[in-house]
Design a protein around this ligand. Structure first.
Ligand SMILES: *[C@@H]1O[C@H](CO)[C@@H](O)[C@H](O)[C@H]1NC(C)=O
Ligand SMILES: *[C@@H]1O[C@H](CO)[C@@H](O)[C@H](O)[C@H]1NC(C)=O
Ligand SMILES: *[C@@H]1O[C@H](CO)[C@@H](O)[C@H](O)[C@H]1NC(C)=O
Ligand SMILES: *[C@@H]1O[C@H](CO)[C@@H](O)[C@H](O)[C@H]1NC(C)=O
Ligand SMILES: *[C@@H]1O[C@H](CO)[C@@H](O)[C@H](O)[C@H]1NC(C)=O
Length: 484
C-alpha cells in the first residue's frame, strides 16, 4: 500500500496586499520507491530500508527505526538487518513468538548454501562466545550452532555486543526465503538466556520509547508487506484509540482475553492469548476452535487440518462476526476478515476459516490462543516492554477492499467489499507458526498435533503438509504447504 502524505497548500490572503504565502506541498513516495535504500538479497527479494524518517507523520518518534517489511506470499514478513563491521546483510523474519536471533554461519557447509552467511573473521566487532545454541520448533525442525557476539544494525541503529547464534546446522529450513529469525519476545523465552535485540536496543539508548509496533498489510498486491517500527508507532496506520492489555506472563507476548464470541455464542471465557507475527492463522485449543467453526457452519477438512465453509451457497451476511473481547474493547472480525478464499481453478474456490486447532501451553501450563497474522492484518499492534502491555488499534487496512469473485456468497460480496481471493499459484501457500511450545526455557514441550498428509486435487497437484509449526517455502513454488 502506498503511503502518500500531502501537506495541504495553505494560502494566506492579506488584505490590501497581493502577497501569498505558499507552503510547499510535499508528497512522500511509496516505500518501495527508488529513493530508498534497497538491498537485493540472494533470493531475488529486494528489501528497502529507510533510516529514521524525518518527514510527514511517519516521523512519529525521534530516533525511531523504521523497518519496511516484505510480505512474501502473505505468510512471512521480512526485513533486512546487518551483523558485524562492516555490515553483513541478512533477510530476517521478525517474530514476536520467539526471542532468539540466529543466522546461518560461514562455518555451515552445504545446508546453508542458499543463504547469506555470517563470517565472524570478517567482522572487527566480533567477540567470541562459543556456547552451544539449539532451537527446536514444534515440528522438530530447527537450527543449531554457537553463540557469538557482534554489532547488529537495524535501519541504522547499531546494537552493540548483541549475543546471537550463528548456525552450522539447519533442519527443515532448506526452502526458506529468509536467512534467519529475529525474536521479539521476552528474555525468558530465549534459548541461552541472552538479552534479546530489542531489549538491548532500549538499554543502549537507541530508541526514544521502549516500544515496537507492527502494521501488517493484508494486500498481497501491495509493494510493501507492512511496517515494523522500533521506538514508536505510525499513527497513519491505525484509527480509533489504542486498547492496552497487560502482559500476563512474560515469555511470549501473552495476555488474558475476556472472551471469544461468535455471533451470540460465547466460545471461551478468560482465555490466554499471544500476539504472534510468526503465525499465519488464528489458533486456539481444539475444543474451542471446533465449537467456533461449528458456529460458522464449518466442516473439518482432514486433508488440510483446517475448516472449510461453503461460500457458494451462502450469503455473506449469513456468516456471523467473530469477536475477541479484551481490555474492555470488542475486536471484531467480519467474515471477509476471517475467510481465506482459495482459488483452485478458474471456477472453483475453497473457503477456509482462519481459525485452526492448536493445543499450545505456556510455562504455567495454561492453554493459549495465538492471534497470528489474520488478526494483526486488521489490528495494529504495539508491544511495550516498560509497561509490559500489548496495545491493539483498528488497522488502516481494516476496511481494505480487494475483489471477491462475483460467483461467491451468492453475489453479496461484491457490494460488501473486503476479502481475499487468492490464486493457486500465489498466496496462502502455507500456514506457519514460529511459536515454540515450551514449558521451560530449556525444554521444548511439543503440545501440538502432528499430521502430515499429501493430497491431490483435481486441478493441481497440491501437497498439503500439516505440521506443528512454521515453514518451508520457495518463491514461486508449485507446491503448497500448509503449516500451523
Ligand atoms: C534470481 O534471478 C535471476 C535472474 O532473473 C535468476 O537467474 C536466478 O535463478 C534467481 N535466483 C533465485 C535464487 O531464484
Ligand atoms: C543503506 O543502509 C545501510 C545500512 O543501514 C548503510 O550502511 C548505507 O550507507 C545506506 N546507503 C545509502 C545510500 O543510504
Ligand atoms: C562491548 O564489549 C566490549 C568488550 O567487552 C566493551 O569494551 C564495550 O564497552 C561494550 N560496549 C557496549 C555498548 O556494551
Ligand atoms: C491483485 O491484482 C490483480 C491484477 O490487478 C487482481 O486481479 C487481483 O484481484 C488482485 N488481488 C488482490 C488480492 O487484490
Ligand atoms: C511428525 O511427523 C513426521 C512425519 O510423519 C515425523 O517424521 C515426525 O517424527 C513427527 N514428529 C513428532 C514429534 O511426532
Amino acid at each position: 500500500m502506498l503511503l502518500i502524505i500531502v501537506f495541504f497548500l495553505v494560502i494566506h490572503h492579506e488584505t490590501g496586499a497581493s502577497q501569498l504565502l505558499k507552503i510547499p506541498i510535499t508528497r512522500v513516495q511509496s516505500r518501495s520507491s527508488s529513493t530508498h535504500n534497497c538491498t537485493v538479497l540472494q533470493t531475488n527479494v529486494t528489501v528497502c530500508n529507510r533510516i529514521s524518517p524525518t518527514f510527514g507523520k511517519v516521523a512519529v518518534v525521534k530516533s525511531s527505526a523504521f523497518e519496511s517489511l516484505v510480505n512474501e506470499a502473505d505468510t512471512y514478513f521480512y526485513g533486512t538487518i546487518y551483523i558485524g563491521t562492516p555490515n553483513q546483510p541478512f533477510l530476517i523474519n521478525f517474530d514476536t513468538g520467539s526471542s532468539d536471533l540466529w543466522v546461518p554461519s560461514s562455518k555451515c557447509s552445504s545446508a546453508c548454501n542458499q543463504f547469506n552467511k555470517y563470517t565472524s573473521s570478517a567482522s572487527s566487532t566480533y567477540i567470541a562466545n562459543g556456547k552451544p545454541f539449539s532451537i527446536t520448533y514444534g515440528d522438530q525442525s530447527g537450527a543449531s550452532g554457537i553463540f557469538s557476539i557482534d554489532t547488529v544494525t537495524v535501519n541504522g541503529l547499531a546494537v552493540r555486543n548483541q549475543t546471537f547464534a550463528e548456525c552450522t546446522s539447519l533442519s527443515g529450513m532448506e526452502n526458506d526465503v529468509n536467512d534467519g529469525i529475529l525474536g521479539l519476545a521476552y528474555q525468558s523465552l530465549t534459548t541461552g538466556g541472552e538479552k534479546p535485540v530489542f531489549f538491548n536496543m532500549w538499554s543502549q539508548g537507541l530508541i526514544a520509547e521502549p516500544i515496537f509496533s507492527f502494521y501488517l498489510n493484508p494486500d498481497t498486491n501491495a509493494t510493501t508487506g507492512g511496517e515494523l517500527i522500533f521506538g514508536g508507532v505510525d499513527s497513519t496506520k491505525y484509527s480509533d484509540s489504542i486498547t492496552y492489555i497487560p502482559v500476563a506472563l512474560e515469555g511470549y507476548w501473552e495476555f488474558q482475553m475476556t472472551k471469544v464470541t461468535v455471533g451470540s455464542s460465547v466460545i471461551s471465557t478468560s482465555p490466554y492469548a499471544i500476539a504472534d507475527t510468526g503465525t499465519t492463522l488464528i489458533t486456539g485449543p481444539t475444543k474451542q476452535v471446533k465449537a467456533l467453526n461449528a458456529a460458522l457452519g464449518g466442516t473439518y477438512d482432514s486433508s488440510s487440518g483446517m475448516y472449510t465453509v461453503s461460500c457458494s451457497t451462502r450469503t455473506l451476511s449469513s456468516f456471523p462476526n467473530v469477536v475477541f473481547t479484551m481490555g474492555g474493547t470488542d475486536f471484531v472480525l467480519t467474515p471477509l476478515h476471517y475467510l481465506m478464499i482459495y482459488q483452485e481453478s478458474s471456477s472453483k474456490y475453497v473457503c477456509y476459516s482462519v481459525f485452526a486447532a492448536l493445543d499450545s501451553e505456556d510455562a504455567d501450563n495454561n492453554d493459549f490462543w495465538i492471534l497470528g497474522d489474520y488478526f494483526l492484518y486488521w489490528y495494529y499492534a504495539i508491544f511495550d516492554i516498560n509497561n509490559n502491555r500489548v496495545g491493539f488499534a483498528k488497522s488502516a487496512s481494516y476496511n481494505w477492499t480487494p475483489t471477491v469473485d462475483s460467483s461467491l456468497f451468492l453475489g453479496t460480496a461484491t457490494t460488501t467489499s473486503a476479502g481475499t481471493t487468492t490464486t493457486a499459484t500465489t498466496t496462502k501457500a502455507m500456514i506457519t507458526t514460529t511459536a515454540r511450545f515450551t514449558t521451560t526455557t530449556t525444554t521444548a514441550k511439543v503440545a501440538t498435533r502432528n499430521t502430515t498428509k499429501a493430497v491431490t486435487t483435481p486441478t493441481t497437484t497440491r501437497k498439503i503438509v500439516t505440521t506443528t509449526k512454521r515453514r518451508h517455502h520457495r518463491h514461486g513454488s508449485r507446491h503448497h504447504h500448509w503449516h500451523f
